[in-house]
Write a protein that binds this ligand. Structure first.
Ligand code: UDX
Length: 440
């Protein structure tokens, strides 16, 4: 199969490289000449484990190329994927579809022969209809089908998720388009990934429903964690106790500082808006959005409390800035609200992150950045773990005890066991594990 990938951001690049790895011939297109140039030179615009090597290998084998112009790639393609960004629109929270529509218009002008145009970007229900309308208006004679094929990749695990997906959802209203998509994903049959062929609108909604459900699961356990702190219970034991019930499942029940990232916050908000517009509000998801927003700021208050009720004039060391480990992505990261809350309360904040500091510097310019966790902790009145990077899982607490001004640890990811750190002379605060309740 010949594939054109329009948009070489996170989704486009990972999908393009994986399709090329499957044996397809892929052209990744992007309007940004600097990005294309650096990709050609083997430099990745994002940090994703395994991506650089996969790109290098598929380029070497001649199945992956990069272009700034889509004309030739689209003309030759059996399937053209739209994988451009859909940021939240400022002001109203709707997904901004201008990039998707602009791509559709441009693709229309370059189509030759039967082509399947696939929306991979996360788009509200009905966007496929609009993409089809735009293409038919711009190219009335084009032989084209418009399909929805949402992605479910997690940052940091995207390549594994792509190659061994739980399922593939294809929203195709025409049988011949579904056949092309079957060909595109045929290599995954080996991994026995089920391909669900649905209507286009169903596929579009499935993506939002999946993300909203996962966001709800996280928010549920976060509220349970707060309750655990009040009633003297251990949220990790509660999560295990409910998660072993197959109907619930144990994943996405890890309490923490609230979800962030490029998907959950944006997609839950977009679903809320779509549902309101359709006259069928999703009140549960509306509540999840607001509970999660408030939670991030509340984590700053948790740190202040751990510091004895005030942080004015104190130094707080923050470990982990990205919204989760194994990414350099700072979008909607809980660290942003937590650090702002601490600074507003008069604290000096020093931070360290293995991959996120470059992006963080533009978002948090008046922050001191450290060389490593120990440099970060030196002279600090509290150490706060915000992101559970592996590098923070086996810290040398004896050394930290000697470095810090006060032995206070706030572990917002429950990386450590309270009794272990207490034995090392620290005052420890986790999430949903009040003093004396953890038994393991
Ligand atoms: C998510 C979806 O998992 C993926 O299917 C979709 O395509 C894009 O959005 P991603 O945003 O990369 O992926 O990260 P994910 O691992 O899902 O984590 C999202 C957020 O939830 C992070 O901030 C993470 O820290 C938080 N989280 C996750 C929890 O707080 N607790 C959990 O148990 C799981």
């Amino acid at each position: 199969m010949r594939i054109a990938m329009v948009g070489s951001g996170y989704v486009g690049l990972v999908s393009g490289a994986c399709f090329a790895d499957f044996g397809h011939s892929v052209v990744c297109v992007d309007k940004d000449p600097a990005k294309i140039e650096s990709l050609r030179a083997g430099r990745m615009p994002i940090y994703e484990p395994g991506l650089e090597a996969l790109v290098a290998e598929t380029v070497r084998q001649g199945r992956l190329t990069f272009r700034t112009d889509l004309t030739e790639a689209v003309a030759q393609a059996d399937a053209v994927f739209i994988a451009v960004g859909t940021p939240s629109r400022r002001g109203d929270g709707f997904a901004d579809l201008s990039y998707v529509y602009a791509a559709a218009r441009e693709i229309a002008g370059a189509l030759t022969g039967y082509t399947v145009v696939v929306t991979k970007s996360t788009v509200p229900v009905g966007t496929g209809d609009e993409v089809e309308r735009i293409i038919r208006e711009a190219a009335p004679d084009a032989d084209v089908s418009v399909v929805s094929n949402p992605e479910f990749l997690r940052e940091g695990a995207a390549i594994g998720d792509f190659k061994r997906p739980d399922r593939i959802v294809v929203g195709a209203d025409e049988a011949r388009a579904a056949e092309v998509m079957n060909e595109v994903y045929r290599p995954l049959y080996l991994n026995q990934a089920p391909i669900l062929v649905t209507s286009r609108r169903t596929a579009e909604l499935t993506k939002y429903a999946a993300n909203a459900f996962l966001a709800t699961k996280i928010t549920f356990i976060n509220e349970m964690a707060d309750l655990c702190e009040r009633v003297g219970a251990d949220v990790q034991a509660v999560a295990r106790g409910i998660g072993l019930d197959n109907r619930i499942g144990s994943k996405f029940l890890h309490a923490g500082p609230g979800y962030g990232g490029s998907c959950f916050p944006k997609d839950t908000l977009a679903l809320v808006k779509t549902a309101q517009d359709a006259g069928s509000p999703v009140r549960l998801v509306e509540t999840v959005v607001s509970v999660n927003d408030q939670r991030k700021r509340a984590m700053a208050r948790k740190v202040i409390q751990a510091c004895g009720g005030a942080v004015r004039g104190k130094t707080v060391a923050v470990l982990g800035l990205t919204f989760k480990p194994n990414t350099d992505d700072m979008r909607e990261a809980p660290s942003l609200a937590i650090i702002a809350g601490l600074q507003d309360a008069g604290a000096t904040v020093r931070a360290y992150d293995p991959e996120g500091m470059e992006q963080a510097r533009t978002l948090l310019p008046d922050l001191a950045y450290a060389e490593d966790p120990y440099d970060c902790a030196e002279g600090a009145d509290a150490l706060v773990i915000v992101t559970e990077w592996n590098a923070f899982r086996a810290l040398d607490f004896e050394r930290l005890h000697g470095l810090m001004a006060a032995p206070v640890v706030v572990d917002l990811r429950n990386v450590y066991r309270p009794q272990d750190l207490e034995a090392k002379g620290f005052r420890y605060t986790g999430v949903g594990r009040p003093e004396g309740v953890t038994v393991r």
